[in-house]
Design a protein around this ligand. Structure first.
Ligand code: KE4
Length: 449
């Protein structure tokens, strides 16, 4: 018996995915993109503009992945595209100093309160790896503390109870990480300062750094509990430990000065990525002058990169950060509240247990009654329900992140109309998961596009 699907011509995305899997592990260049956690095959994107993705089959989607956070101004802003075309005409990479790097560094040092010196790299992973190296050199200690569910890129030291795709795909601790490396990575519980105190009592003066997402984004969005960040600052001061804020997501997202400016807690080092590159590959680490002066060639801590500070990425970074304004964050916060409230109302109307955690313009709807305050409560969410919801949203022209443990990102290109369409699609998709209670209003069968 031939299935109906077998009679349908394969979509272009399916054809591309089949070709991709013959030459790329899993058919992708970053694991979560392969849709393993949500089922089905990923749409292959052909182009994007504003808040919309357009796939190889001509389908369009309201996008909430937004390249996992960098695109606070939306996809392909015409001004940015023009600036990049012009920069490309002057050369794509020199391997030599340029004024553009100084321009972006001055903007970063002005916006991020704790950064006196900054070094550009090509990814968030490079930024966190390098920051840990500086902390170990400065303290002469080897161990680091990270938090279960936080993700700091794919550096060996961090792939221990890691969040993001590592949790999504059920491999929070990756094979291939040397036992000796993993032994130097200690795990604490997010929003639990006492869990870090206990590690300090056990490992005494052997801990070089505590690295934390000041607003967690990689177990889904989990904001810091009152006093959590202050408690880490005090603990690190008492034990001579370097406090590192991994602001790859929250940097320039939570505010122009990142989460540290929102909560008024200053780390010793900060890691940045995503928005800093405006969609091109830029990471950065920076902080106290006495620590960053240790970085080669100013000091002995070696770190280098062929394409670090390249003129295209610097052009995109300067463009992206120069257009961060107070009215922008007011608009984004208002849209974030509208979407969060809409999802909460849709869940109430359809009787689905949903906890929506928000942090300005990034949020996560957890399929659990909640509250969601740490890795344990986040991973209690019903990932099958999220997967069914995700498929319903995709069918209705909305593209959330293909994982329960990621953030939904808004941009300045999203409109209230986009958000209202998203909420309508959510109400219909939630109803499919759990039929609406008999007394509720019949669902209008409209397809929001
Ligand atoms: P990259 O190496 O992917 O540029 O950055 C690593 C990183 C570091 N720190 C934080 C807080 C991060 O969120 C990330 C990367 N974020 C994931 C999504 N949550 C990237 C998407 C992916 O891995 O495909």
């Amino acid at each position: 018996m031939i299935s109906f699907a077998a009679l349908m011509p394969a979509s272009e995305s399916t054809r591309l995915f089949n070709r991709a899997r013959r030459v790329l592990p899993g058919g992708v260049n970053s694991p979560v993109r392969a849709f393993a956690a949500v089922g089905g095959r990923p749409p292959f994107v052909e182009r994007a503009r504003g808040a919309r993705l357009y796939d190889a089959d001509g389908q369009s989607y309201i996008d909430y992945v937004m390249s996992w956070g960098p695109l606070i101004h939306g996809h392909a802003p015409p001004e940015l595209t023009r600036a990049l075309r012009s920069a490309a005409g002057r050369g794509t990479s020199f391997g030599a100093p340029t004024a553009l790097e100084v321009d972006l560094a001055r903007i970063v040092c002005r916006l991020v309160p704790s950064i006196a010196l900054v070094r550009f790299v090509n990814s968030g992973t490079e930024a966190t790896m390098s920051a840990i190296r500086v902390a170990r050199a400065a303290t002469g200690r080897d161990r680091i503390v990270k938090f279960a569910g936080c993700y700091h890129g794919h550096g060996d030291a961090f792939l221990v109870q890691a969040g993001s795709g590592a949790t999504t795909l059920g491999v929070p601790t990756s094979p291939g990480v040397a036992r000796a490396t993993a032994a130097d990575t200690l795990i604490a519980a997010y929003n639990d300062v006492e869990s870090v105190e206990r590690l300090c009592r056990t490992h005494r003066e052997r801990i070089a750094a505590v690295i934390v997402e000041p607003i967690a984004g990689n177990m889904g969005v989990v904001p810091p509990a009152p006093g959590f960040l202050e408690g880490l600052r005090d603990l690190c001061d008492r034990h001579g430990i370097v406090l590192i804020f991994d602001e790859v997501i929250s940097g320039f997202r939570a505010s122009r000065g990142g989460a540290q400016a929102v909560y008024g807690v200053m780390p010793d080092l900060t890691c940045l990525g995503k928005i800093i590159g405006g969609g091109l590959p830029v990471g950065a680490y920076g902080g106290r002058g006495d620590l960053m002066e240790r970085v080669s060639p100013a000091g002995p801590v070696y770190q280098a990169g062929t394409l670090s500070g390249n003129p295209l990425a610097m052009t995109a970074g300067v463009w992206s950060l120069s257009r961060l304004s107070a009215p922008l964050y007011r608009r984004l916060d208002k849209l974030g509240r509208r979407l969060a409230e809409g999802l909460r109302t849709a869940a109430l109307e359809t009787g689905v247990a949903l906890t929506v955690n928000t942090a300005g313009s990034v949020l996560t709807p957890f399929f659990t009654a909640g509250p969601v305050t740490d890795y344990a409560s986040a991973t209690a969410a019903d990932t099958e329900a999220y997967a069914a919801f995700f498929r319903g949203m995709l069918r209705r022209g909305v593209h959330p992140p293909p994982s329960q443990f990621e953030g939904w990102f808004l941009s300045d290109a999203h409109t209230e109309r986009d958000v209202d369409r998203t909420v309508r699609a959510a109400r219909q998709s939630l109803a499919e998961i759990r039929p609406a209670p008999r007394e509720s209003a019949p669902q209008r069968p409209e397809t929001p596009r």
